[in-house]
Design a protein around this ligand. Structure first.
Ligand code: NDP
Length: 330
């Protein structure tokens, strides 16, 4: 028997409730690889799946947790054997499939990535889906020409999970980093991660009719969208790129005009971590092991247990979680 955070749905009221309970291996879904989970994390999607579901969960009871790291216990696939350390992010695990909020998980071999050398399972989950996405965003900006010395790189939603890792990565790679936050009390934290400039959220939330603004940013990792992305696009330097990763501020791009694209050659790069091909995942995890300063990663970590998840899930939906939550499921 092992512990799992299980979300149940009351069919009459339609309400969901989450709690830790014991379950047996025979309750896990069938798949090729059984993993003893060490750590998981809390992402925005986890908040939805621990709570009302957000349209992501199809069947109850459900075990959420969109990412985890641990050790292979049993494998029907030649690529993995007992004792191998592995990481999982994406592929709709924790949404359509049972996820990492349990001491055991059973998943497809295709969904796993070997733990990169130099990282522990705890560090891998301090990075998690948020950190992997931040790395994919930075790689996309680099692939489109961003180099240190080009000017300040803006990170929106900076005190959140993706934002924190993006700030630390970019600063460590030698970029000047400007961090947008709606929480002024996180300024010291963001500076400790390497931000040299703090931009108050209110400066970028007004929707304006201007076709363009002064050119300020050499690149941007945007976790917010909404009115903020509409404004940021108009402030991008000629030929620069924005990596769009999230929608913490809304699903539309408010006030966006075509002018930044056709008058300044600005690029809007979409970043998806869920269906990201295996080769690029490996490349991103190797870059994380090489380029993310582990002391700064540790400074972002807030430890948690399975029992803390209902509270943390509600907090992340309100934008109240700082940095990265690492859930020790044992
Ligand atoms: P967090 O909640 O940790 O961070 C989001 C941050 O955005 C908050 O901390 C806050 O930063 C800011 N924010 C929240 N609400 C608003 C608002 N209304 N207006 C402006 N800023 C706001 O989430 P994550 O970092 O884990 O994820 C960020 C986004 O990225 C989410 O939308 C998530 O779904 C998406 N995502 C996408 C992935 C992909 O594959 N593309 C993968 C992972 C996440 P501050 O307090 O500093 O202002």
């Amino acid at each position: 028997m092992f512990n799992a955070l299980v979300v149940e749905k009351d069919e009459e009221s339609g309400k969901t409730s989450a709690g830790v309970r014991k379950m047996g291996l025979d309750e896990l879904p069938h798949a090729e690889v059984t993993v003893a989970v060490d750590y998981s994390t809390v992402n925005y999607k986890d908040g939805l799946c621990i709570g009302p579901g957000g349209g992501l969960v199809r069947k109850y009871p459900h075990v959420p947790g969109i990412d985890f790291a641990g050790t292979v216990e049993a494998s029907e696939d030649d690529r993995y054997k007992p004792g191998d350390k592995v990481v999982l992010t994406g592929w709709r695990v924790g949404e359509a499939h049972w996820g990492g909020y349990a001491q055991k998980a059973r998943v497809k071999a295709d969904w796993l990535v070997p733990l990169p050398s130099g990282l522990t399972t705890r560090q891998a989950m301090a990075v998690g889906t948020a950190g992997l996405t931040a790395m994919l965003a930075v790689m996309a900006l680099e692939d489109h020409g961003l180099k240190p010395g080009h000017g300040p790189v803006l990170v929106t939603g900076a005190a959140g999970g993706v934002g924190s890792v993006a700030v630390a990565l970019l600063a460590n790679l030698g970029h000047e980093v400007a961090a947008v936050t709606g929480r002024p009390e996180t300024a010291d934290y963001l500076k400790s991660l390497g931000a040299s400039q703090i931009v108050p959220r209110e400066e970028l939330t007004e929707v304006t009719r201007k076709p363009l603004e002064s050119e300020l940013w050499a690149g941007c990792v945007d976790a917010v969208a909404g009115a903020m992305l509409g404004r940021v696009l108009k402030q991008m330097k000629y030929g620069s790129s924005v990596a769009a990763i999230g929608l913490a501020g809304g699903a539309a791009i408010e006030g966006a005009l075509i002018t930044p694209f056709i008058l300044r050659g600005v690029n809007l790069l979409g970043i998806d971590s869920v269906m990201q091909p295996y080769e690029n995942r490996l490349r991103a995890w190797e870059r994380i092991a090489a380029d993310l300063p582990m002391d700064r990663l540790e400074a972002m970590v807030q430890p948690a247990t399975l029992g803390d998840l209902p509270t943390l899930g509600a907090a992340i939906l309100k934008g109240q979680v700082q940095g990265r939550v690492v859930v020790d499921v044992n």
